[in-house]
Design a protein around this ligand. Structure first.
Ligand code: ATP
Length: 355
């Protein structure tokens, strides 16, 4: 089922939780709503589910105005961060619940329910745990049961609100991969909310970056990561360094270095900010100060597979470079020494507009 959000606004009192949001989710896609706390992600999800009304705008499900239908008939499955499974029911009964409470007329027979539940338990790789109770399961297993339970009634849209938010980092990572595989198997149109950029980049077909009730950018993971539309998206999708400088006649001066500012025109002359990801900078001991940013090493820290180097350049701005362990071992940087940093990929923004 496709979802179209057309110019939706939602206020709580005087506060605009959603401000003229438009968005379309083609049938079968897995879309992530990514944004900081309070950006309106959950509100948008609840509006799609029909749990919340809109002040302005429309939601179309398969091209039809959703407000014309009772939310109970929207065929939407919901999985929350803390999905309360029924504690007194075992895994089998939890997954079977949505089917067993259907009105008699549409309720499948016992055998059909049984085979459907075992099919789902197989999908979530938990057939052998069918008679366990929620208290006998790990957090990750419980979320998988919650997902199977939402899928049991064959929703046409699956909505997931921070489904792995309460789990530890390792389990989260496993479940992310698992969710992606599951989606590739069943292709149900899915929208999931997360504030974790890595999760969105790894799992989603498309990412909708939200901020203060608005959509900042929408695109594939590589579109939003490699071509962020504005400083907010750049910053939210990964670690970034800011270099304050100026642009004159298409040339940017950043920390003493002159760099071509592609796309700029004389109209953009003036103060500009260069954005560079910390893995997009090379460090060497050689340079002239006009082809590289002269900087002092302030700290060297091993973080898992990377080495994070803290630097301070002559203009007084601090910045961070992530090196591979190999590169860091070759350089053997010492705290206090002078080095030269060369950004490989800089994006310039003037007043929030990319040039
Ligand atoms: N029922 C409500 N009454 C008043 N304000 C609300 C209500 N629901 C949400 N809000 C406000 O609307 C804003 C958006 O909330 P929402 O839950 O959609 O954000 P979110 O992006 O999902 O955040 P989080 O990641 O923290 O869940 C918040 O500032 C929140 O306080």
């Amino acid at each position: 089922m496709s979802i179209e959000i057309e110019n939706v606004s939602k206020r709580f009192g005087a506060f605009a939780a959603l401000d003229d949001v438009s968005l379309s989710v083609p049938s079968g896609e897995l879309v992530a709503l990514l944004g900081p706390s309070g950006s309106g992600k959950t509100t948008l999800l609840r509006i799609i589910a029909g749990l919340e009304s809109v002040d302005e705008g429309k939601v179309l499900l398969n091209g039809e105005d959703a407000s014309l239908h009772d939310p109970r008939h929207r065929k939407v499955g919901f999985v929350f961060q803390h999905y309360a499974l029924f504690r007194h029911m075992n895994v089998f009964d939890n997954v079977a619940f949505g089917l067993s409470v259907k009105p008699k007329r549409t309720r499948p027979g016992k055998e059909v329910i049984r085979s459907k539940v075992f099919e789902l338990l197989k999908l979530i790789q938990m057939e052998h745990l069918w008679d366990r109770y929620p208290s006998q399961l790990s957090g990750g297993q419980r979320q998988r049961v919650a997902l199977a339970r939402a899928l049991a009634v064959e929703p046409q849209v699956l909505l997931l609100d921070e489904p792995f938010g309460a789990l530890d980092a390792k389990v989260r990572q496993e479940l992310r991969r698992w969710l992606r595989q599951l989606h590739d198997e069943i292709h149900v149109t899915s929208v999931f909310v997360t504030h974790d950029q890595e999760e969105a980049l790894e799992v989603a077909d498309r990412i909708v970056v939200m901020n203060r009730g608005k959509v900042e950018q929408e695109g594939t993971p590589s579109e939003v990561y490699d071509h962020p539309a504005n400083p907010f998206v750049f910053d939210f999708l990964g670690k970034v360094n800011l270099f304050h400088g100026r642009i004159d006649n298409g040339v940017a001066q950043l920390g003493g270095v002159r760099l071509p500012a592609s796309g700029s025109s004389s109209g953009t002359d003036g103060p500009a900010v260069g954005y560079v990801r910390s893995h997009d900078i090379d460090i060497s001991r050689h340079g002239s100060g006009s082809d590289a940013i002269a900087a002092q090493v302030r700290g060297v820290l091993r973080v898992g597979p990377l080495v994070r180097v803290d630097l301070l350049h002559a203009g007084g701005e601090q910045f961070e470079v992530d090196l591979s362990r190999d590169a860091a071992d070759r350089l053997a940087l010492q705290v206090g020494e002078q080095v030269f940093a060369r950004p490989r990929n800089v994006r310039f923004f003037v007043n929030d507009y990319q040039i």
